[in-house]
Write a protein that binds this ligand. Structure first.
Ligand SMILES: C[S@@+](CC[C@H](N)C(=O)[O-])C[C@H]1O[C@@H](n2cnc3c(N)ncnc32)[C@H](O)[C@@H]1O
Length: 355
């Protein structure tokens, strides 16, 4: 069943994003918390038939890497899949990897492979992270949008220092929207009236995002994967965090996979005609955002960075902000009013009269 599912390039990109994000996430949380939890609610087999590595193995490798740096932290990985064969395959893949590590990590790490419906057992799953000093990361990657009740996402954000990476399967929404009853809409969108008169997929994802924002108070970034060939939405990847560090790292990760600020791809072959990944609704001009923020005042570069990077309205990472400021400085659109005339975090800048 699930094991014979062959992930396509768009899902490999999803794993790349997960991999790039988990390293700094484990690093950061394991230095501040005694326990860190990685929950993979729809884990899959860990290694697919075609040899592609899945999310559980990626997470386990990252936890191992960071354990070598912060060995005193307790690492917990909870995997759940509804398919019993898939869980068996996963257990084997995990055993093999732990053997390969050939160190005491296998005695230290706590791994649970659960054959269950994560929705039915969600409270039990959450119970695994009952320790007070803990941070949790949820990777929720179902086949269909209908699998994940909105309320489950809300519940996950209530845990201390939790983050979510959620795959909202728009291709499935597109296919099945006409069959949704009002109780489906309530279950998926968190509000049974959410879609009254709305059929446009991009609009649905926007409403989903704004409902999530309202009901969780999280910083939310949404990255859309669109098949360029068919121009049809595949899925939107939602990242939910309550921490500036979280959103900042995610922007950094996406930016590192990026060819332009609105375009993300980890491979030229995909970028040409297969897949675009972008952050929708974030095509503000940097100069305009800066003008509104700084106005006629002076402002420290560090404050500008924090304001922009910690906001889920803008796609720019810290590096992007510095690069844009440097460009504006070179073009004479801003000036540095104190210290050395270059851009660093302590420089104070203002917008020039002519701009
Ligand atoms: C898209 S695949 C997961 C891929 C995996 N996250 C990866 O990146 O390697 C979806 C998996 O979710 C499982 N699944 C579907 N519904 C589920 C549910 N309600 N509870 C737990 N697992 C579920 C399926 O059996 C399948 O293995």
């Amino acid at each position: 069943m699930a094991k014979s599912w062959h992930p396509k390039e768009h899902s490999v990109i999803k794993e790349t994003i997960l991999e790039k994000y988990l390293r700094p996430w484990f690093m950061k949380t394991s230095s501040g918390f005694r326990h860190v939890f990685y929950f993979d609610t729809c884990s899959g087999p860990g290694v697919f038939k075609n040899g592609v590595i899945g999310s559980p193995i990626i997470a386990l490798r990252k936890a191992h890497e960071i354990w070598k740096v912060h060995p005193k932290t307790k690492y917990h990985l909870v995997f759940c899949d509804i398919d019993s064969e898939t869980i068996k395959t996963l257990e084997t893949a995990i055993d093999e990897l732990l053997c390969e590590f050939n160190d005491s990590f296998s005695d230290e790490v706590v791994i649970k492979c659960l054959n269950c419906d994560f929705v039915d057992d969600f409270q039990k799953i959450l119970g695994h992270a009952s320790s007070r000093s803990s941070a949790s990361f949820f990777f929720i990657d179902p086949y269909s949008a209908r699998t994940v009740p909105f309320i489950t996402l809300v519940e996950a954000t209530k845990k201390n220092s939790s983050e979510i990476l959620f795959n909202f399967m728009l291709s499935d929404v597109n296919r099945n929207l006409r069959f949704w009853t009002s109780s489906d809409v309530q279950r998926i969108m968190g509000d049974e009236r959410a879609l009254d008169g709305i059929e446009d997929i991009e609009e649905i994802s926007k409403i989903f995002s704004s409902n999530l924002k309202k009901q969780t108070g999280s910083l939310i970034t949404r990255y859309s994967m669109v098949s360029s060939k068919k121009k049809s939405p595949l899925y939107d990847l939602f990242h939910l965090t309550k921490h500036c560090d979280g959103i900042s790292i995610m922007k950094e990760v996406m930016s590192s996979l990026s060819k332009t600020p609105h375009y993300f791809s980890n491979d030229d072959r995909y970028s040409k005609d297969q897949l675009t990944i972008f952050m929708p609704g974030s095509n503000y001009s940097f100069a305009e955002v800066l003008r509104q923020l700084v106005d006629r005042q002076e402002m420290k570069v560090e404050e500008i960075c924090d304001f922009i990077v910690c906001s889920d309205k803008f796609q720019w990472s810290k590096k992007d902000v510095r690069a844009h400021l440097k460009e504006l400085l070179d073009n004479g659109q801003i000036e540095v009013t104190s210290g050395s005339k270059t851009i660093n975090k302590n420089s104070i800048v203002r917008i020039t009269e002519e701009t």
